[in-house]
Structure formats: C-alpha cells, structure tokens
Design a protein around this ligand. Structure first.
Ligand SMILES: C[S@@+](CC[C@H](N)C(=O)[O-])C[C@H]1O[C@@H](n2cnc3c(N)ncnc32)[C@H](O)[C@@H]1O
Length: 334
C-alpha cells in the first residue's frame, strides 16, 4: 500500500502498520527505484518480512507498487518520502532488522558530498532504529562511495563493517543491470549496529481528526491563534513572499506565498511554503472571522499537513503579519 507522510504515526509501530504480521522482522529499503529488489528478495524467506520502502520518485513508486501487487506481497508499504525524516520520525527505536540501500545516488562531485545518504549521522540514526544485530546492507558499483560509506560508518562509532557478497536480488535491480551492462561490478557491505545510540525523533505530529472546535483550548495541538479583532479591510500588498528563517540546528524556511478569499464565508486562506531539511510542505492556513468579532487563524486540514516547527512558524508568521495590519492577539497556540 502507498502511504503518505500523514498516514504515519510519529513514532509508528509494526503492530499498527502490519496488523496481520506484527511479529515478523521489519525491513526498510531506501531508494527502491522501480521496486525489483523486494519481490525477489522476499522469496528467500519462508515468511516475507514486513517491508517499508522510501523513494523520492513518483514514477518509480507506481512501478514498484505494481510489482508488489503482481507478486502478491501484502505486508509491504511504499512511501514517496525522503528516507531520513521517515526513519527518524515514524520508525521507533530498536525495531528494524535490516535497512537496504541498493545503488544509492553517488553524488560524485566533492561539493555535493553533503547529499550522500550514508553519512555518519545517518549511521547513528540507523543504529538507533535497528534491533540488536540488525544491519544496513549497502550494494553499490561506485567504489569511491563505497569507501566513503565505510569511513562514515566507522566515524559513527556505533557500526561494525563486514564486507562480503551482496544478496542475489541486489544484483538484479534496474541499476545493477545498468552497471553490469557497462562492465562494472558491485561492492557490498553489511554495516552492523554495535550500539543503539539515543537519536530522538519527535519533531512531527499528527493533524488531529476532530473538526474545528468552537473554543480553542490550550491543549489543542493544531497550530492556531485567536485575534481579539482585525480591521475589516487591509491591503495584501507587502504580504507575498515573506520569508522567515528558523533558528537552531534544523533551520526551516517559511514563505507566505499567496492568499485566497472564500466565496462562502468571511474567511481567507493563505498558502505557505515550508522547508525543513529534506521535508517540504505546502500548507494552507485559514483566517476566519467568527461571530462576536474574534478571528481564528488556524492551520488547514486540507492535504494532511504534518505539524512541524516550520509549520507552526508559518502560522506564527501569518499571525505576525495580521498584527502588523492592526490585528490584536488574544491567544497564541503554536
Ligand atoms: C541510483 S537509484 C537506485 C534505484 C534502485 N535501488 C536500483 O538499484 O535500481 C537511487 C534511488 O534512490 C532514490 N533516493 C535518493 N535519495 C533518497 C532519499 N533520501 N530517500 C529515498 N529515496 C532516495 C532516488 O530517487 C533513486 O530512485
């Protein structure tokens, strides 16, 4: 099944994601491409492990979903998501048996080294999510990337590297065949977790299912603000493309892009662009005038947004802008 980020819990669990097979080993494949690896590799087990795949390409996602369906594999989920936030936020500590990475993008230029997946930081995160004895399996044709990954694994301080032969299915992926046709051969390593460091997740949260309550209470987790009042009219000039940069190690960027008036009620909706590390979201924030004159500024449910520090900051940026237009704050909930 294809899962969107909003379909996950943070953290999630094998019991919820695989209710029919909760006790089986759990495998994450990063960058599964057109999905050839898992249908073949799953056959080497008497019972197919639970499978989670992360891939950035939408076309690949659909091809892989078709392959899983054709192979009759039901305990598998695919997501069009960057692997790192998915692993950090949705996968709980001490839960995966294996993380598979076949032919990762090598990013060969020195100035692009930062884009490489298998960094020491990734290995620490991976080790924290692996069960004891669990491993990251890397197969690649790219010798320099392979040596880079081995160095980074050692630098992480929580990984033991075992070089060896790749699983057969890793030699039959689209990229494996591509490189074999060019006469290149693959290298393989098992990066076994030796320690489970504490790597926290928890920056993402759910958009609760319940509908808009009349009174917003402190406990409500959907980012919002209540304004005592707001002038009836104001100019939207000076509003568009306001950028806000967040502080700290995981900075975010928020851009308020545009605003749209509702034809049905006294409300307008603002489209905001939020970038946090590898995660980009376009979210809607509704500004609704309520009976009695107060104004509710609240993250919209449309599109299943994930509540992150950046999304909260987007609600804050819009609230600040409304205040600059004469709005008076009664309550801030973000
Ligand atoms: C060179 S292809 C290999 C695909 C497949 N594993 C194979 O062997 O045919 C690398 C894949 O990783 C995906 N990818 C790159 N970075 C990723 C990330 N951070 N999370 C998930 N997928 C990623 C790319 O979209 C691409 O499909």
């Amino acid at each position: 099944m294809i899962l969107r980020l909003g379909d996950f819990h943070f953290p999630d669990s094998a019991a919820r994601l695989y209710p029919s097979t909760p006790g089986r080993p759990w495998v994450l494949e990063v960058g599964f491409g057109d999905g050839r690896f898992w249908p073949q590799h799953a056959q080497t087990f008497s019972e197919a492990p639970n499978y989670l795949g992360a891939e950035l390409s939408g076309v690949s996602l659909l091809k892989a979903a078709n392959r899983l369906r054709a192979a009759g594999i039901s305990n598998a989920h695919l997501s069009k998501l960057p692997a790192t936030p998915l692993l950090r936020e949705a996968v709980p500590p001490d839960s995966l048996s294996t993380i598979v990475v076949n032919f990762p993008d090598p990013w060969p230029k020195a100035e692009h080294e930062d884009h490489r997946l298998l960094s020491a930081a990734f290995f620490r995160l991976a080790a924290s999510r692996l069960k004891p004895g669990g491993a990251v399996l890397l197969t690649t044709d790219h010798d320099e990337y392979f040596e880079f990954a081995c160095r980074e694994a050692q630098l992480s301080g929580v990984i033991r590297t075992e070089r060896g032969a790749p699983p057969d299915a890793a030699l039959h992926t689209k990229y494996a065949l591509k490189w074999q046709n060019l006469g290149l051969s693959a290298q393989h390593a098992r990066f076994v977790g030796t320690e489970q460091p504490e790597v926290p997740g928890g920056t993402l949260s759910h958009y609760p299912d319940q509908d808009l309550p009349d009174q917003i209470s402190q406990e409500n987790t959907v980012p919002h603000a209540v304004l005592e009042s707001l002038p009836a009219e104001f100019e939207f000039q000076g509003f568009s493309r306001q950028a806000v940069r967040g502080p700290g190690q995981e900075p975010y960027t928020v851009v308020l892009l545009d605003a749209y008036r509702s034809v049905r009620r006294d409300e307008f909706t603002v489209l905001a662009h939020v970038v946090e590390g590898e995660l980009t979201q376009e979210v809607l924030i509704n500004v609704t005038r309520r009976p009695g004159g107060t104004v509710l500024v609240r993250l919209g449910k449309f599109g299943g947004p994930i509540i992150t520090p950046g999304v909260k900051a987007a609600v804050g940026a819009l609230t600040d802008w409304l205040v600059s237009q004469g709005g008076v704050v009664r309550h801030l909930g973000y």
